[in-house]
Design a protein around this ligand. Structure first.
Ligand SMILES: [Zn+2]
Length: 344
């Protein structure tokens, strides 16, 4: 699209602007330059119809702007202003219907004026004063669809407090073109670094959220029962597994509760504990006749060379460098499907 942008009023001489809480002509340019930049970034051709000064009269200022627009055959013309005179909010003008030979063209012009007005008002929470008709010189004499937007009141402190020129510029661009100019914030984190809230890691369908921030995942988890937070490796990080916590462990008294070994094999790896603590023993089952020999705590690592899978746990095993005794430590609760750390 070829778009004519007119930043209202001259900076010196004739046709200078209202001065309120801020100087209108300066803010017309602050907003207008942002509009021009954004439109160009989207690939539009922008014709700057602004006249900054050196005019012989107010009429000269306005006529020169229109001349630039008409000579360049712009598709749309937008004159950017701020209002004054006591009031609040946004209003946007187009010429009266009688100024249009083709009423379809009028309807199109009206729709764009309304879109700009609604978007600008909403962008900063200004009062929406609506679309108005007035045969202002610059919108009456331009051949193109033409609007004049009064962003808000330059003599209103409350409007000035709300004014965000970036948001206004985006609103004007979107209203003019019907395109989306909202800023796309690039995702810094990949989805791999999310904390997922699920019933179990394997129950993908139970997932109720994935969070970049662990605390947010915990909050979501706390709001429901039966859910846990898993890190990107599928390691349960919240709530902390209690089953092998040395203080909370319930040890079966009878040795006939020994775990049934399903599979065992040599495998070398490095395990990192991600729960408060895990007990290790000299045999791969939890029982009072198989006393706890020690613990690994959160963040601690151990090299292992053997894996035993029982009906209850996945155990890793290694030979203690100090005692020369083979140790066994559960790292996954197979019944609850909880991982207490990760292996690499
Ligand atoms: Zn003005």
């Amino acid at each position: 699209m070829k778009i004519g942008i007119d930043m209202g009023h001259c900076l010196t001489g004739y046709d200078t602007s209202a001065r309120g809480v801020f100087v209108e002509s300066e803010y017309n340019r602050i907003v207008g330059k942002k509009v021009i930049q954004k439109l160009k970034e989207k690939g539009h051709t922008v014709i700057n119809c602004t006249i900054d000064g050196g005019v012989s009269s107010m009429y000269d200022s306005l006529a020169r702007r229109v001349k630039i627009a008409n000579e360049n055959n712009v598709d749309i013309f937008c004159s950017i202003h701020f209002n004054a005179g006591g009031g609040e909010g946004t209003e946007t003008y187009l010429a009266n219907p009688s100024a249009f030979i083709n009423q379809e063209y009028y309807k199109k012009n009206y729709a764009i004026a309304k879109s700009i007005n609604d978007k600008v008002a909403a962008s900063c929470g200004f009062v929406n004063r609506g679309v108005k008709h007035e045969d202002f010189y610059v919108i009456y004499h331009t051949k193109a669809i033409a609007v004049l937007v009064e962003v808000c009141f330059c003599d209103s402190k409350s409007d000035f407090a709300k004014l965000d020129t970036d948001k206004v510029a985006i609103a004007i661009c979107e209203g003019l073109t019907g395109e989306d100019y909202s800023v796309k914030i690039p995702k810094v984190e990949t989805t791999d670094n999310l904390y997922r809230v699920r019933k179990s890691w394997s129950d993908v369908k139970s997932q109720i959220g994935a969070y970049r921030i662990l605390e947010n995942a915990k909050k979501e988890c706390d709001s429901r029962s039966g859910y846990s937070v898993f890190d990107k490796n599928g390691v349960k990080v919240y709530p902390i597994a209690k089953a092998e916590n040395p203080k909370n462990e319930t040890i079966p008294n009878s040795s006939n509760s020994k775990e049934k070994i399903i599979k065992e094999y040599s495998e070398k790896g490095l395990f990192t504990c991600t729960v408060d603590a895990i007990n290790f023993r000299n045999k791969p089952y939890v029982g009072s006749d198989n006393p706890i020999q020690g613990q690994y705590y959160r963040g601690e690592q151990v090299y292992y060379d053997y894996v035993v899978i029982t009906d209850k746990y996945v155990w890793i095993s290694w030979i203690s460098a100090i005692t020369g005794v083979r140790r066994y430590m559960p790292i996954t609760d197979r019944i609850k499907n909880e991982k207490w750390g990760y292996v690499v």
